[in-house]
Ligand binder design. Sequence first.
Ligand code: ATP
Ligand code: MG
Length: 376
Amino acid sequence: MGVEICVEGLTKSFGHQVIWQDVSLTLPAGEISVMLGPSGTGKSVFLKTLVGLLKPDRGSIVIAGRDITRLREHELYEVRKLFGVLFQDGALFGSMNLYDNIAFPLREHTRKTESEVRRIVLEKMDMVGLLGAEEKLPGEISGGMRKRAGLARALVLDPEIILFDEPDSGLDPVRVAYLNQLIVDLNAQIDATFLIVTHDIASARQVPDNIGLLFRRELVMFGPREKLLTSDEPVVRQFLNGRMQGPIGMAEEKDAAQVAQELAEIDRSTGGDAVRDMTPRLLPSPEITRPPRWEAIAGREAERPAERGTGHGAAAHSGREPHGGPPPKAEPEPEAEPGPETRPAPEPGTLPKTAAHPGPETETGTGAGSGRGARA
Ligand SMILES: Nc1ncnc2c1ncn2[C@@H]1O[C@H](COP(=O)(O)OP(=O)(O)OP(=O)(O)O)[C@@H](O)[C@H]1O
Ligand SMILES: [Mg+2]
């Protein structure tokens, strides 16, 4: 079971530049949360602060009962073992093959024998569909494979918390769909607490339990997915719909009059209707036993149908939305078997049995899925 992370009044600056201030949120144990925000708003800085790589100016980060902002370096070293981190660029060692890259944290942080290391490394490589690619160097594989190798490395210490910094950047839409399924499946299997930074709005709409948005040095909102997807807050609506109209400008801040004019124009063109869209949630693959919280999630989302907008137009911004018009009660019941139509893959029939093993990319992979069910 993952652990809760409780952030209170967190502020970070570099010199005179305040990155964000007074950020408070709770990442619920075992849930998937996504952090959104325009480029440069400090999402990567936030992840690095959570792991204790950067020190905040003020505020607390309580993990498993300890405020990590107050720990000494050797104590932090222990806390960091709770984390698996997938950095923005994968951060693999270029001169090491994938096997050694993935084995690195085990050799560095544990006293496991080489045969134990081997068992764990191969299990994680299997989980992310990379079995058979052990000898490859990072420079010899595709971007998608590098991301998954980074993910396997983030998993080897059986983390309670996994942080992903743009796991999907630079991937084609089909790879992103597979990666999203892998993330949802992993979360159902290992039940760790996930925080994902992404710019991919379609992923942000389908994958998480909770969404947060950083903008202008503040956490504008953080809460259950459905709360943000149906929010009237202009910044949230603009970001989740990937629109130019709204408070977020290309370079700097727009003035209030311009924003009001743009928002009025949107409301006129959409008949005064809020552009809000309850995108169906991406479910774990059918063969994976879902943890009990899935029932709570489905119940929570079903409570809000009256507040949902008709959503027309919202999905038009994403080529990968599985459904164009989201019916208000589109949320699946917990016991309902997830049909392939709830997944973002463009051709449901072409999905492999387990989406964690995207065959085409793993040219050296065996595609065997033996390791996956064991942890369910
Ligand atoms: N070590 C550092 N020293 C000084 N400034 C930094 C440091 N790290 C980040 N910054 C600054 O903090 C701000 C936020 O950077 P960050 O990388 O967190 O943005 P981001 O939201 O992750 O952006 P992107 O979406 O482009 O990845 C930027 O202005 C950046 O220049
Ligand atoms: Mg970043």
